[in-house]
Design a protein around this ligand. Structure first.
Ligand code: PMM
Length: 389
């Protein structure tokens, strides 16, 4: 007998082992995703559901760990699947089917495209979003691209280095940054967006928390709104985005840039960030934003300590489990400095590594200042992923 330990962090190894033994690509992929072990934490369940899960686990031969109001179930995806099917779920566990079904559907068929205004962004490869900050005080590049010409030159460099989307921002959101009035923010971003659209550089995203700025940016040619407040700052923003049919990136944060550092208190950061993002996308959809236009972002550096950022990076699959494409923006942030001891102007290598790790955990869009380094790292990471994920 000969034993080989297969890599179990993704379905890849099983798929490849089956393909090498004559299986066709499609059945090999389905079987591999079915064999893949998943762990789900079910919270806010009743005592009866908890007991029902323990009984089901004993029968199904799966691990179920429980406590007051929660259960943690570890099982192959194919074993979990009956719990998600109304016709197969054991009596008393019907209330769990909906959420489990939603999760398993997203696991089996993750989003492969993102619809933005006027085009579709394919997510079968790393999509790099280049940062064009038109602010005098952004933490890493504030003031450098404060004029339209300089912003355009930076955008040209980013596109040459492989960016597929340019994110233009006119308000710094670093901790403690002062708010910018609407007219000033529009004055900063609109001419740059107009020029980028005019020159065919783009598509362009506008990094703003304000409906009025989003409206002006969309009129100037923006195809995406990227809101670091997760639609919390300005209740009108979602409707503006919905009416215009633009893509929407909703980022997780708590409070505002002035207050966020004091709100970095979590019991289980990945679970809480995912739950809060779920509430945001539900709210966006209720305002008319189509599901296929939404991207979620865990908001590295926003209301998180360095340790929480790293936990979140490692557990990014929890955010991907929501079933929306995931964007990340670790670029040059403080937590990377905490790990490397490097100052802000020397964090692009650390950023590239963080991007590669995020790709492996399910992120598909990467907001960076230095696209060339990130692209190299992401090409290496993406080369390890061959299957239709
Ligand atoms: N970070 C910043 C600004 N905008 N948008 C998204 N979606 N994700 C981020 O992580 C993010 C963002 C802060 O960085 P900057 O001041 O360098 O732009």
């Amino acid at each position: 007998m000969k034993l080989t330990a297969l890599a179990a962090h993704t379905p890849e190894a099983v798929r490849a082992a089956l393909a090498a033994r004559g299986w066709d690509a499609q059945p090999a992929w389905f079987a591999a995703t079915g064999v893949q072990s998943l762990v789900v934490l079910l919270e806010d369940i009743t005592a009866a559901e908890r007991e029902g899960l323990v009984r089901w686990g004993a029968k199904a031969g799966t691990d179920v760990l429980t406590g007051e109001g929660w259960a943690l179930v570890g099982a192959a995806a194919s074993r979990l699947a009956p719990l998600a099917r109304p016709d197969r779920v054991p009596p008393g566990l019907e209330g769990l089917s909906g959420e489990l079904g939603r999760f398993l559907a997203a696991y089996a068929d993750p989003p492969r495209r993102w619809e933005i205004a006027g085009r579709t962004v394919a997510l079968d490869h790393p999509v790099i979003i280049g940062v064009v900050n038109v602010t005098p005080d952004s933490f890493s590049d504030g003031g450098r691209f404060a004029t339209t010409d300089r912003a355009i030159a930076q955008a040209e460099r980013l596109v040459a280095d492989g960016c597929e989307l340019l994110d233009v921002g006119g308000e710094s959101t670093r901790p403690g940054a002062a708010p910018v009035p609407v007219e000033e923010e529009v004055r900063r971003v609109a001419p740059v967006i107009e020029q980028l659209a005019h020159r065919g550089l783009g598509p362009v995203s506008v990094d703003t928390r304000k409906a009025a700025v989003a409206r002006a940016a969309i009129a100037a040619g923006a195809a995406v709104v990227n809101d670091v407040s997760g639609l919390a700052f300005d209740p009108g923003l979602a409707r503006v985005a919905a009416a215009a049919g633009v893509g929407v990136v909703v980022m997780h944060m708590r409070g505002s840039p002035e207050t966020m550092d004091s709100l970095a208190v979590y019991r289980h950061v990945a679970a809480e960030v995912a739950a809060e993002l779920r509430a945001v996308v539900d709210g966006a959809e209720a305002c008319g934003v189509a599901r296929e236009r939404l991207v979620v972002d865990p908001g590295f550096g926003f209301a998180k300590t360095a340790e929480q950022n790293f936990r979140l990076l490692d557990e990014l699959a929890t955010v991907a489990g929501l079933g929306y494409p995931v964007a990340v923006g670790p670029s040059r942030k403080r937590f990377l400095g905490a790990a490397t001891g490097r100052p802000v102007e020397d964090r692009d290598r650390a950023t590239a590594v963080a991007c590669a790790l995020a790709w492996q955990r399910g992120a598909r869009l990467f907001r960076v200042h230095d696209a060339a380094l990130a692209r190299e790292a992401l090409r290496v990471a993406a080369a390890t992923t061959t299957s239709p994920t």
